[in-house]
Structures are given as C-alpha cells and as structure tokens.
Design a protein around this ligand. Structure first.
Ligand SMILES: [Zn+2]
Length: 310
C-alpha cells in the first residue's frame, strides 16, 4: 500500500525545487518540475542521488547495510533500554513549552527514539534518513507497537519538506556527518516553525574525541587540526577506518555559530549524557570506571545545543 496520509503528504516538498508533490500511481510527482519520486512500501524516496556529495553517498551505502542487519527490540523494550530511555529524557526535557506541533527526527535511523516520542507525546512524528534500510526498520517498529508515524528517505542537506512545518526538531548525532555543517542547519531552520525548537547532539572537542575518536577518523573542527586530520584520515588512510562515515567534533561556540547564522537564538548547551554500554570492556568495574572518567567534562565526548526559532 503506497497511500500517504494527507497530514504527512502536506508536509512534503520536492527536494529539487521545493514544489508541491502529488501522488501519481505508485509515485510522487512534483507539480513544479515534474520530477518523479518512487514510494517503496509506503516510504517516499525523496533523494536526488546525483546531488549527494561523495561523503554522504559513501555513508548512505554503509548505513544501509548496517540497518539491514540490525535486530529489532521486542515490543515495549525501547523505553526501558538504558541508552534510548536516557536520550528520551533529554528530548522530553528540551521540547517547546506547550504544543510540540509536528516532531521531526533528522537522521532517525531505526526510529527507536521517534517511537518513544510518539508513544509518550501523541504528536505526529516524522523521521528522515538517507538509508532505506533504516526507514524500513523504523516503519516496522511503529507497526509492531501500533503507533502512527511517517518515514522519508532524504538528505539532511536538502530536506524534502515545506517551510515552517515542524514544531520540534531533534538531530541526535547527525549534523556532524557533513563537511559543511551550515547546509543542514540552514535547512533545519527553513522547516522549523516560528517559536519552534531544535535540539542537536554532536561530538565535542575533548580529550576523548582527540584520542579514542581518532581510531574512526573524527575530524576536530579547529583551524589547524581540521586540515591536518582530514589530510591524515582521508588522504593518507583513504577513509578506510571511518566506520561512521565523515564525522566532525566541535567546540560549543563553533557549533552555535552555525545556528546563529541560520537565524536560531536562545542557545543552551550541556553535556549529552547517556548510558554507555561499554561493550568492549569485560568487567562491570571497568565499565563503571570508564563511565566515571567520561563524566568529567574534559573527557565527555558528546554535548547538546538547544535553540529556538524566533
Ligand atoms: Zn520539483
């Protein structure tokens, strides 16, 4: 069944020209530029593949495989999951006061967090990811739990949505994966409603990202370090170890600058704490010690920014 409910169809726009999309047989067609987009299992593929930059294309392929092999949690398990439940607390605590409007998750992956939002807030939930495997998994989750939600395959740098349609945008570990961060942030601003909020978490520049994160090629966004890290990880090592694709880390100020330039205001920062599972460490005391070390700000690898559109 490829029918897209009207309340979701109304949010969509052609990623090429932002024209209105209308259903035609099994596809969506842009009224303005006539471009056709397929809908697969109820998931619109609103991606212009040739417009993706090379790093996004590489990441899309590796994440597709990742999500295709990902095992689902059982019904009701997500909210109890140590990692997801903690992040859900963050999302709830930083949402707009009053009505959230439509919730958007940028880089939704398997949709576990969106599911938590849909179940606890009764708001329309939309997830976007450049991997069809991820969107399929997310859709399965929502069906398993009998919750309403909508997933779109698309590019964060070219959001296939109309202007000012979302009241709350969550970007958990997604905005760091682009060489030019401003493109995605400007897009988030375009689709955010007035008085709407964004909550984003990214790696910060700390002792952990400067050491441990280098094993998968994290790029610290600092004047001399960035070109050096890009030269080493991409040119010398040919990106082979960059298992999360292209990934940057930021200073609070550096990250906030993108949001200020886009038009957001009212910034708040904090440590993005979540329960690390530390799979690689064999003993409970080791996991405990590692978690304790990481709780020191100098080491803490992730931070959040929360901002508002005036
Ligand atoms: Zn168009």
């Amino acid at each position: 069944m490829n029918t897209i409910p009207l309340k979701y169809l109304e949010l969509l726009a052609c990623p090429k020209c932002f024209g209105t999309l209308q259903p035609h047989q099994d596809d969506l067609v842009c009224k303005k530029c006539q471009r056709t987009y397929p809908v697969v299992d109820g998931i619109p593929i609103l991606l212009v593949k040739e417009d993706l930059d090379a790093s996004t294309q590489t990441s899309a392929n590796s994440w597709d495989q990742f999500w295709d092999h990902w095992g689902m949690h059982k019904e009701g398990e997500v909210e109890k999951h140590p990692y997801y439940s903690k992040v859900l607390e963050h999302i709830r605590a930083h949402g707009p006061e009053g009505d959230w409007g439509v919730f958007l998750e940028l880089g939704c992956g398997n949709g576990a967090l969106s599911l938590g939002v849909a179940k606890s807030r009764q708001v329309p939930v939309v997830g976007i990811d450049f991997s069809l495997g991820a969107c399929r998994g997310a859709k399965k989750y929502f069906e398993q739990e009998g919750v309403d939600g909508f997933f779109v395959v698309g590019d964060i740098q070219r959001l296939p949505f109309k202007e000012k349609v979302f009241g709350y945008i969550f970007a958990g570990g997604s905005l760091e994966h682009f060489t030019d961060t401003s493109v995605g942030v400007n897009e988030a601003y375009r689709v955010c409603q007035e008085e709407g909020k964004i909550y984003a978490s990214v790696p910060g520049i700390t002792l952990t990202t400067l050491t441990v994160y280098q094993t998968w090629g994290n790029i610290p966004e600092l004047p001399l370090l960035r070109p050096l890290a890009e030269w080493f990880h991409i040119k010398v090592l040919k990106s082979r170890h960059m298992k999360y694709g292209y990934e940057k880390s930021f200073t609070h100020k550096g990250f906030a600058k993108y949001f200020a330039r886009a038009g957001f205001g009212d910034f708040r920062f904090g440590l993005f704490d979540y329960n690390r599972e530390m799979h690689l460490l064999p003993f409970a005391w080791m996991k405990k010690t590692a978690n304790w070390i990481l709780s020191i700000p100098l080491f803490w690898p992730m931070f959040y920014l929360d901002a508002k559109r005036d």
